[in-house]
Design a protein around this ligand. Structure first.
Ligand code: KIV
Length: 272
């Protein structure tokens, strides 16, 4: 099982691989592929539940999907993404909510930057729960920073993001996600911090990379962020398989003998 110590020790030695998962079968594949960290992201809202904003999921949905992921994982570190209302709306509830992720088998939680982020992260760390910080584009509060856009494009806003990452480190976070920032800025932060940075749309100089699994597999067609790379295009394959199934059911080709069960001949006689 990957530990926090293992992840921190990987900084500048071996890049850290992180992917999101929200269910048992995908989490099992990621674990088999030896992905270091599996993040049960609140991107669940967008790519699984079809909602517009990550703020529309709460603890109930996140814990439900966390349980499925944890059941599948034998080696990776599972990180639970704290939903907006579990810490930003009420920072005093943050520790209790973080504990629920740990009780479900997560090894850590993730929190996005907001006004009280450093204090909140420090209180969760003090309760013995490892925390991953998240700066740059923070989707839970993106409306306050101009929407889902690249952040830190001028010196003043870049400096603010550096300070946020440093505050997360001072609060005891074991790693910091850098989302959608210029690669030069990500490089500066990665060099400044002792803990690993995990980039998403932050260029190649981070200590690790994270992608949303639905983007990587081509399972989400509503939008494709510029920074995400499709390593497979499963959408058309799913469509083709489902169309073929429909065709075979309509024609009577499925189910054939190989996919059916038989009653022994003497039992048929008795039945008749
Ligand atoms: O919820 C999520 O998928 C995330 C990643 C983009 C880091 O927070």
């Amino acid at each position: 099982m990957k530990t926090i110590k293992d992840i921190v020790a990987q900084k500048s030695k071996e890049r850290i691989t992180v992917l999101t998962a929200y269910d048992f079968p995908i989490a099992a594949f990621l674990d088999e592929a030896a992905i270091d960290i599996i993040l049960v992201g609140d991107s669940l809202a967008n790519v699984v539940l079809g909602l517009e904003s990550t703020t529309e999921v709460g603890m109930k949905e996140m814990l439900h999907h966390t349980r499925a992921v944890v059941r599948a994982v034998k080696n990776a570190l599972v990180v639970g993404d704290m939903p907006f209302d579990s810490y930003q709306l009420n920072p005093r509830a943050a520790v209790d909510n973080a504990k629920q992720f740990i009780q479900e088998g997560c090894g850590a939680v993730k929190v996005e930057w907001f006004d009280e982020a450093a204090k909140t992260a420090a209180s969760i760390v003090k309760a013995g729960i490892p925390v991953m910080g998240h700066v740059g584009l923070t989707p839970q509060t993106a409306h306050k920073s101009g929407g889902m856009k690249v952040q830190g494009k001028d010196a003043a806003s870049a400096r603010a993001i550096i300070e946020q990452a440093e505050k997360f480190e001072e609060a005891g976070c074991f790693s910091v996600v850098l989302e959608c920032i210029p690669l030069e800025l990500a490089r500066i932060i990665t060099e400044k911090l002792k803990v690993p940075t995990i980039g998403i749309g932050a260029g190649p100089h981070c200590d690790g990379q994270v992608l949303v699994i639905h983007d990587l597999l081509g399972l989400f067609s509503r939008y494709q962020p510029k920074f995400s790379k499709k390593y497979a295009d499963l959408g058309p394959q799913i469509l083709e398989a489902v169309r073929q199934y429909k065709k075979e059911v309509l024609s009577g080709q499925f189910p054939d003998d190989a996919h059916s069960f038989h009653l022994p001949p003497d039992e048929i006689k008795k039945l008749k």
